[in-house]
Design a protein around this ligand. Sequence first.
Ligand code: MG
Length: 378
Amino acid sequence: MKKIALMGSTGSVGTQTLDVVRKYPNKLKVFALSANSNIDLLFKQIKEFKPEIVGVFDTKKAQKLQKKVKIKVLSGKDMLEKIAEMKNYDTFITATVGLTIIKATIIAIQNKKNVAIANKETLVAAGEIVMQEAKKNNVQLMPIDSEHSALFQCLNGENKKTIKSLVITCSGGALRDYTKEDLKNVSIKDALGHKTWAMGQKITIDSATLMNKGFEVIEAMWLYDVKPENIQVVIHPESLIHSMIEFSDNSIIAQISEPDMKLPIQYALSYPDRWDEAVKRHSFNRSYSFKKPDLERFPCLGYAWKAMKIGGTMPAAMNAANDTMVNKFLNGQCQYLDISKIIKKVMNSHKSIKNPSLDDIEKAIQEATKLTNKFAKN
Ligand code: MG
């Protein structure tokens, strides 16, 4: 029986993780849950999964929930860290959005817990630190993302030194077929019209700009220790091949399955075993197409390589600028094309710090956020 601490249990990956728990009551047990503010759903989850402890980021909502439940409700800034340092669980799952979980993830690694990462910011902003800790503590990080899970599966039993390139697939997002002219007038609804994957709003916009793919490229660089120039992205609209690895003999191994997050979630929890039927069986009565991404129409993807090559705090600054701009776009405060335009400006102004500490990263993020707001106003 694996005991899990699921952080971000009310979000998209969180609720799908609980679907997996529901399916395997003899293999998985919930030790802890946490939510940002959705205490109605968290209350239902407490009743069903009976965790020993929960956390709610919003202090007022935490107090409200505490009145309704017998178990302890933690709250406040270091709530995630407090849960991470607890002894009685096996796997720490990071399904939250944003940077707040990075410290907690490092604590879980230092306590030699299994760590399953769904949170993007962890490796994008702090990949160097997190991977160093994982190496030092001999902890295997399990990716909960279809692409990184695919790469992990393709690497099973292979020698990492024989990797020629990682080939990360990309649906192309909602605006895949828009011309340069069309992109000038993209509405929020257009950008949210993502078809193949069911995801949250922020990540759907990131999929439309291909910034999400850029983040995944950076995460893959850290997870599989490859050079930026040895990572390729291919547009694969059907989202059936979730990524591939090209080896030194030019053989390419791909991972294929129906597009459903339950596979990477379940695999991250079952590894090194496989449990039955994570998703429905694949049927081969379809075609699979590939093409190269157009970096002129989707410049955000190209920024990832620039950020990786500069390194240091640059990826964190890029991430912060993107966060701020996507928020503005979703609130109707800027145009679609402003997202990439302003991120570029912020990256050009940011002075990257090499081998950053977590404090350096936090400072870089604050500074980049300020810059983004300033540039977006002008
Ligand atoms: Mg993905």
